[in-house]
Design a protein. Structure first.
Length: 404
């Protein structure tokens, strides 16, 4: 088994309780795909003392980044809607006029798996180039069984095309297609539920998601989707409280959801339910920025309740056409007042928690996957305060160097 030893580095393990701690003159030992040791070089185990170390010249090493909420696979683009927003139309007005999610459906249905993979690869590569090792990818632009499944097949294919861990979410309950306009219950019965069952049988679904909003699905309709997910033993997550407060986060928490995402209009009852259930709050400043939202998530309430907070790009064609997790961290700090430690934990440890992967990745500690990012900076603050600048020196995925 291959053994690798790095020395002369500054280590940010991001283990619970270590958010602000940096270990200088540290060492990391990797055996095969796993971390064997990470800590002060003076504490390196005896059986590693004779291994030739590669110096990282004092560079900062963090867990590899995790983008825990993306819509990376889709066809076409929605640049025209961007123009419409500049001309004064709101996100809700665009959606009700036939734009928004539904406008991506035609291009996605026509693309096929190969076309979807080809379109998504440049977006994925942009994330990998910033030290990302793990990406969550949702369906939601096919809105028909085979088209939705093709999105997840494309997502699975991406992990064969690139050294990356891909987690998939069944998001057929994202919008109602034109052929089911005004018939949400029929769409759920005909498409969402049987498609979920087929996707589970094919091993395409890691989690089930939905969009609980006035322009999408009601809490009762989402409950029907989640009941099916529960019967298939699939974990759930939810787009909730983005444009209004329908109680989606509280509903998600009642199902033990991995996460509730967006949360600009989250109320205290939702905060308390998430805290009790251990549901992660995934904050998406790219969408907040793109649709010019004015109300930020209730940060003080989330902190006081001890709700874990993650940060993600929400990379999608309409409301967050962003492929930079570094920029998402800066936005989260600037718009939501997140600290450097919260941003770093939110794109590593808490992002892993939001995907049910904390036992595998998200922190640097013995036994976990050797997923690391090596940066040409001295402190984590430099990763958060800059934007339009990428200081990545090297990305390591399962012990293998991928970017230098």
């Amino acid at each position: 088994m291959t053994r690798t030893l790095w020395s002369e580095l500054t280590l940010a393990t991001m283990r619970p309780g270590d958010d602000r701690r940096l270990i200088e003159n540290a060492a990391i030992a990797i055996e095969g795909e796993r971390i064997a040791f990470a800590g002060p070089a003076s504490e390196l185990p005896p059986d590693w003392q004779g291994v030739t170390a590669e110096s990282l010249d004092g560079r900062l090493v963090t867990p590899a980044m995790i983008d825990c909420h993306t819509h990376l696979v889709y066809g076409g683009d929605r640049a025209r809607e961007f123009e419409m927003r500049l001309e004064g139309a709101s996100y809700e007005e665009i959606a009700r006029a036939g734009g928004g999610i539904v406008s991506s459906v035609k291009a996605t249905r026509e693309a096929g798996v190969d076309g979807l993979v080809a379109a998504a690869l440049p977006r994925l590569d942009a994330l990998l180039g910033e030290g990302v090792s793990t990406v969550e990818i949702k369906s939601g632009y096919g809105l028909a069984i085979e088209a939705e499944l093709d999105m997840l097949r494309a997502a699975r294919a991406l992990s064969r095309e690139r050294p990356v861990r891909v987690m998939t979410s069944w998001l057929a309950a994202h919008a109602t297609p034109a052929e089911y306009k005004g018939r949400n219950a029929d769409y759920i019965r005909d498409i969402v539920l049987p498609g979920m069952e087929q996707g589970a049988e094919e091993g395409l679904i890691d989690a089930v998601d939905g969009f609980c909003e006035g322009i999408a699905f009601s809490p009762d309709e989402i409950a029907t989707v989640f009941d099916k997910a529960k019967s298939l033993q699939l974990p759930v997550k939810l787009h909730a409280e983005q444009l209004s407060n329908l109680g989606g986060a509280k509903l998600a928490a009642s199902y033990g959801a991995l996460s509730a995402d967006h949360l600009e209009y989250l109320d205290q009852a939702g905060v308390e339910a998430m805290a009790k259930a251990g549901t992660v709050a995934v904050l998406l400043p790219g969408a907040f920025y793109a649709i010019r939202e004015k109300q930020a998530p209730p940060m003080a309430a989330l902190r006081e309740a001890g709700v874990a907070m993650a940060v993600a790009t929400d990379s999608n064609p309409g409301t967050s056409p962003m492929t930079s997790l570094l920029l998402a961290m800066n936005m989260a700090a600037t718009f939501f007042g997140m600290t450097v430690a919260e941003c770093m934990a939110g794109t590593t440890r808490e992002a892993a928690r939001a995907l049910g992967l904390l036992g595998e990745t998200g922190t640097i500690e013995a036994g976990k996957s050797a997923d690391l990012a090596v940066w040409n900076v001295a402190t984590p603050a430099e990763l958060v305060y800059r934007f339009g600048f990428n200081p990545l020196h090297m990305r390591v995925f399962k012990g293998r160097k991928n970017v230098s």
